[in-house]
Write a new protein. Structure first.
Length: 135
């Protein structure tokens, strides 16, 4: 049921066009990526292109973390590694990005990938002045 709702929400592109921060769009993409990463990837490509067009580093970094997650679900570890490392470089001071990026990086590190990005993400989380909990 949630997969069908995500598909309907993403169907005509209105959700992406009408929002500013991207949360509903991204959440619908996450649901879709968990069910079918191949179906979600074009939506991530679209939001990444829109972030480039708008000049939004925050949206670009988050979209790359989430696209990395879809690549990870699909088993494309090299693609996941590249997107996640890029997202971490784009947003080194945002504690939320390194935290969620760290979750994905931990999965990649288990596959003997991305140890450097995992370390950078953890260090970034620890440096952040907002004192969010870091794993």
């Amino acid at each position: 049921e949630s997969i069908e709702l995500a598909r309907r929400a993403l169907a005509d592109g209105t959700l992406l066009a009408e929002e500013r921060r991207g949360r509903p769009f991204m959440h619908a993409c996450i649901v879709l990526a968990m069910a079918d990463p191949d179906e979600a990837l074009p939506h991530y490509h679209t939001v990444i292109a829109a972030a480039h067009e708008r000049g939004s580093l925050f949206t670009l970094a988050w979209a790359k973390v989430l696209r990395a997650q879809a690549f990870f679900f699909r088993g494309d570890l090299a693609e996941a590694e590249a997107d996640l490392a890029n997202a971490i470089r784009l947003s080194p001071r945002d504690a939320a990005l390194p935290f969620w990026g760290m979750v994905l990086a931990a999965g990649l590190a288990r596959a003997n990938r991305l140890q450097e990005a995992l370390d950078e993400s953890l260090n970034s989380c620890r440096r952040d002045g907002r004192r969010r909990r870091c794993p």
